[in-house]
Write a protein that binds this ligand. Structure first.
Ligand code: NAD
Ligand code: AHE
Ligand code: ZN
Length: 370
C-alpha cells in the first residue's frame, strides 16, 4: 500500500513528507494506522546525528497510538480494529530478560530494531524501490507502519489517540522511573533535573506516590509554573543560583541531600550533579536522559563508597504489553494528567515545526495528528 510519512533523509536535515510504499505484515507482524504521535527529545537526538544507532534514510517517531488494520499469519494477541500503542521496548515474554523478572529490556528483536529493520532483516518501507529504515521499531511519523505483534500494547477503545499516544514514551518513562525503577516511598525528597516532557511526568508520579519535597531544576524559567501545578514544591534555576552551586542549593533545601534524583536532560555534567545531590548513605540517582555517542559520566568513587547509588531507566522499567494498558486506565480515571502537558497539536505535515518548538523551549509535548 501507499502511505504518507515524514522521512529523515540525512542527519541534521529537516524531515520531508513523502508518499512511501509499505509492504504488508509478514508472519507475526501487524499493520497499524497511526492516528497520533508525540515528538520526543529522542527523535531530535537521533535526527541530530549524535545517536550511534541513527541510520538514514529512516522514518522517525516512537510515541504513537493507532488502530490495527491488518494482521500477519499467526498473530493472536491483537485483531483488526483493536486500538494499540506501539512499544519501542517490546515484551516477548519468552527471552532471558523477559523471564528474569529483573528487567523490561526484552531482547527478542533488539538487534534488528537497532539496525532499522524488521526481525527478518528487511524494511517494510520503501520509496522508488529503495528501502527506507524503521526507527526504534515504531516509525510513528508514518501514517501506517508495521510492527511485530510483541511490540503492541492493546488499549481500551475509548481512550483518545491524541492524548494517550504520549503514554507510548514520555508518560510511561517518567511515571515508571519513579514507580518501577526508584520505587520512591511516601515522605521522600526528590530532585528532578529537566522539567520537559519526561521530567514533568517524574514530578507528577513523585507527587502521586506521596513524596514530601519535589525539587525541580531547569534553565528555562517558564517551566516553573507548570511544574508547580504537577507537584513541584521548590524550583532551582542553575542560572540563578550558579551552575556550580546546584548541588549545594539542593542540599540546603533537604538537610543534606535528596533520597532520589532523576536526570531527564541527557547532559553528563548534570548527571554528576544529580548523583552528588543525593543523601550520603542512600541517595539514589536515576539516569533517564540520553547522552550523545562519546559522552561519559564522571564522579569521585567516594560518592559511591559513601552509599549513593547510580542507576538508569529505559521506558520507565515498564513491561509494555502489561503496563501500558494500565497507565491508559490511570489517565482515563484521572489518576494522572496528560492534557496540560500537550501544549501543541499540529497536523502531521507540520512535523518540522514540532522540532522547532521543542528546540526553542516553547513546547512541552507536541502531538501530531493524521
Ligand atoms: P525536553 O526537551 O522536553 O526537556 C528537557 C528539559 O531540560 C527542558 O525543559 C530544558 O529546558 C531542560 N534543560 C536542558 N539543559 C538543562 C541544564 N543544563 N540544566 C537544567 N535543565 C536543562 O526533553 P524530553 O522529551 O523530556 O527528554 C528528556 C531526555 O530524556 C532526553 O535526553 C531524551 O532523549 C530522554 N528520554 C529517555 C527515555 C528513556 O527511556 N530513558 C525516554 C524518553 C526520553
Ligand atoms: N540508540 C541510542 C539509545 C538511546 C536510548 O537509550 N534509548 C532509550 C529510549 S529513549 C526513548 O525516548 C532506551 O529504551 N534504551 C534502551 C535500548 O535498548 O535502547 C543510543 O544512544 O545508542
Ligand atoms: Zn521518547
Amino acid at each position: 500500500m501507499k502511505t504518507r510519512a515524514a522521512v529523515a533523509w540525512k542527519a541534521g536535515e529537516k524531515l520531508s513528507i513523502e508518499e512511501v510504499d509499505l509492504a504488508g505484515p509478514k508472519a507475526g507482524e501487524v499493520l497499524v494506522e497511526i492516528k497520533a504521535t508525540g515528538v520526543c527529545h529522542t527523535d531530535a537526538y537521533t535526527l541530530s546525528g549524535a545517536d550511534p544507532e541513527g541510520l538514514f534514510p529512516a522514518i522517525l517517531g516512537h510515541e504513537g497510538a493507532g488502530i490495527v488494520r491488518e494482521i500477519g499469519a499467526g498473530v493472536t494477541s491483537v485483531a483488526v480494529g483493536d486500538h494499540v500503542i506501539p512499544l519501542y521496548t517490546p515484551e516477548c515474554r519468552q527471552c532471558k530478560s523477559c523471564l528474569s523478572g529483573k528487567t523490561n529490556l526484552c531482547t527478542a528483536i533488539r538487534a534488528t530494531q537497532g539496525k532499522g529493520v524488521m526481525p527478518d532483516g528487511s524494511s517494510r518501507f520503501s520509496i522508488g524501490g529503495k528501502p527506507v529504515l524503521h526507527y526504534m521499531g515504531c516509525s510513528t511519523f508514518a501514517n501506517h507502519t508495521v510492527l511485530p505483534e510483541i511490540a503492541l500494547a492493546k488499549i481500551r477503545p475509548d481512550a483518545p489517540f491524541d492524548k494517550v499516544c504520549y503514554i507510548g514514551c514520555g508518560v510511561t518513562t517518567g511515571v515508571g522511573a519513579v514507580i518501577n525503577t526508584a520505587k520512591v516511598e511516601p515522605g521522600s525528597t526528590v530532585a528532578v533535573f529537566g522539567l520537559g516532557g519526561i521530567g514533568l511526568n517524574v514530578v507528577q508520579a513523585a507527587r502521586m506516590v506521596g513524596a514530601d519535597k519535589i525539587i525541580g531544576i531547569d534553565l528555562n524559567p517558564a517551566r516553573e509554573t507548570m511544574a508547580r501545578k504537577f507537584g513541584m514544591t521548590d524550583f532551582v534555576n542553575p542560572d540563578v543560583v550558579g551552575r556550580d552551586k546546584v548541588v549545594q542549593a539542593i542540599q540546603d533545601l533537604t538537610d543534606g541531600g535528596v533520597d532520589y534524583s532523576f536526570e531527564c536532560i541527557g547532559n553528563v555534567q548534570v548527571m554528576r550533579q544529580a548523583l552528588e545531590c543525593g543523601h550520603r548513605g542512600w541517595g539514589m540517582s536515576v539516569i533517564i536522559g540520553v547522552a550523545a555517542s562519546g559522552q561519559e559520566i564522571q564522579t569521585r568513587p567516594f560518592q559511591l563508597v559513601t552509599g549513593r547509588v547510580w542507576t538508569g531507566s529505559a521506558f520507565g522499567g515498564a513491561k509494555g504489553r502489561r503496563d501500558v494498558p494500565k497507565i491508559v486506565d490511570w489517565y482515563m480515571q484521572g489518576k494522572i494528567a496528560i492534557d496540560p502537558l500537550i501544549t501543541h497539536v499540529l497536523p502531521h505535515a507540520q512535523v518540522n515545526d514540532a522540532f522547532d518548538l521543542m528546540h526553542k523551549g516553547e513546547s512541552i509535548r507536541t502531538v501530531l495528528t493524521y
